[in-house]
Design a protein around this ligand. Structure first.
Ligand code: ADQ
Length: 467
């Protein structure tokens, strides 16, 4: 049986108690790891002053986990620095927030090289290697430099911006050259794929035939959209379970004759959380009859709190929240409930199901799985309405959501009003079509179709035979 080698920035080892909530990628790869023998390589999440150049091995079932520690400077430059202060904002079209530093970029390349050195020694000839996300773009190029000729695929979870935007980032051409060293590059949408192919053609001088690109050295790579999905059946089952968690019971109790609107995100400026609160404010101002009858619950655990832009966002969000609740709230009714706890998936599923409206309005998002989870969790006989940003990859598939531009709070406010007043027949009809879209392209489809494409692909053979 060929081995599947997954590489990602963070490695999610199954919780021995089985109680913890599995990370997104762990859920996505569960089935793939049943079909293959597995090795999952990446950062342990730990920082050590003298990290070992060799990974620490942990074995669980048929998956071996290879965990690398990082030195404090590595975490600062590679993770907080180049990945999260330069690449992330650039790829989410926030050029004003993108902070490039040569030291950070050098740290990013250094960590990718040290990961490749450690991983390279573990690779067997017929391993299929699947690298995940923007932290690890140069990994294939580093592995190739060590003589690794295996098929290597890359999946990019966040948007790939227009070439004019990506080109503003110093180092962008080198990164494009590096990405062309993969055999298959998967992105979330056809638009992302088109952006990336155009950039590789323009900046690296590759020739293009359909989805296939050939670089000057004869290496061929394919760039295609593979929209990521969720475990629809699993999520539906969670949503149908009777609520046991305190927050769900309290929320239900507080909702007598009130509608619930829900937002669930990591606290990240790409998710448009303060903008969403302002749109809700606009809705309450324009629809005074709704005051006291609607509550907006925003769940947003803090993330990347070592990155200065996230500290400012946290402050700005709390200020917006305080201002709105102070000016519009009444004794007995708080318009926005804001919670910074990360809840288990079962709790989210229950909350999605009782919410009349799912408000998913990122300024940019690769896909956005919350939109799909919200749809999966609904009661088919009385489903809620999804309000979805046109800038989430999910909007390409969920065209029966109420699609909005998150930069226009008036438009979002109108969509909230329409969602609350939508009759049951229309809600059911829209939900049925969205449900079909998420079932047809669920997480099993995503992993299986990427891996099939990668294993069928012969593009590297010409180069391999010359080595
Ligand atoms: P994220 O930016 O993290 O992922 P998203 O797709 O919404 O965004 O995934 C978040 C996941 O975390 C969801 O499964 C959600 O349920 C969970 N989550 C969010 N808030 C939570 C909370 N308060 N408590 C518990 N769980 C919570 C990146 C890209 C996305 C892309 C995914 C997958 O930015 O665009 O969809 O990868 O490719």
């Amino acid at each position: 049986m060929p081995r599947l080698v997954v590489v990602s920035n963070r490695v999610a080892i199954p919780d021995p108690t089985g109680k913890g909530s599995a990370g997104g990628l762990a859920v996505a790869l569960k089935e793939a790891f049943q079909a293959y023998q597995g090795l999952w390589f990446g950062w342990s999440g730990r920082v050590s002053s003298h990290p070992s150049p060799e990974p620490k091995m942990v074995d669980k079932g048929n998956v071996h986990y290879a965990l690398m520690d990082l030195a404090p400077i590595d975490r600062q430059e590679y993770y907080n620095g180049f990945a999260n202060r330069a690449l992330w904002p650039n790829m989410h079209y926030r050029l004003g927030l993108s902070e490039f530093s040569r030291a950070d970029y050098a740290g990013y390349l250094r960590v990718n090289r040290s990961f490749a050195n450690a991983l390279g020694q573990m690779i067997r000839p017929d391993d299929l290697i699947w690298v995940h996300d923007y932290h690890l773009i140069p990994l294939a190029a580093e592995l190739r430099a060590l003589g690794v000729t295996n098929r290597i695929g890359y999946f990019h979870h966040i948007p790939w911006p227009a070439p004019e935007v990506f080109g503003t980032l110093p180092g962008s051409r080198e990164l494009l050259r590096a990405i062309a060293d993969y055999d298959l590059v998967g992105v979330q949408t056809d638009l992302d794929a088109d952006n990336l192919r155009r950039a590789i053609v323009q900046e690296v001088g590759a020739t293009q035939q359909g989805v296939e690109l050939t670089t000057a050295n004869g290496h061929q790579t394919r760039v295609k959209g593979f929209p990521i999905g969720i475990d629809v059946k699993g999520f539906q089952q969670l949503a149908r379970r009777p609520p046991t968690h305190r927050i769900v019971k309290q929320t239900l109790a507080s909702l007598v004759s009130r509608n619930l609107i829900i937002g669930v995100d990591r606290l990240d400026y790409s998710k448009g959380i303060p903008e969403r609160m302002e749109a809700f404010e606009r809705f309450l101002v324009a629809n005074p009859d709704q005051r006291g009858h609607v509550t907006f619950l925003q769940i947003a655990p803090t993330s990347r709190s070592e990155v200065p832009e996230y500290v400012s966002l946290s402050r700005a969000t709390s200020e917006t929240l305080g201002r709105i609740n102070g000016s519009l709230g009444e004794p007995g009714w708080v318009p926005i409930h804001y919670v910074t706890t990360a809840y288990p998936r079962s709790v989210l599923a229950n909350l999605y199901r009782i919410a009349r409206v799912g408000l998913v309005t990122p300024m940019r998002d690769g896909m956005n799985l919350v939109a799909k989870e919200y749809v999966a969790a609904q009661d088919p006989e009385d489903p809620g309405v999804l309000v979805l940003s046109k800038f989430a990859g999910a909007a390409q598939q969920l065209t029966d959501a109420l699609i909005v531009n998150p930069n226009d709070k008036f438009e979002v406010a109108e969509a909230i009003r329409d969602a609350i007043h939508m009759d049951r027949d229309e809600r059911k009809e829209r939900w049925r079509r969205m449900m079909k879209a998420i079932q047809d392209y669920d997480v099993s489809w995503w992993a299986a179709s990427f891996l099939k494409d990668l294993s069928d692909y012969r593009g590297m053979s010409k180069v391999r035979s010359r080595i």
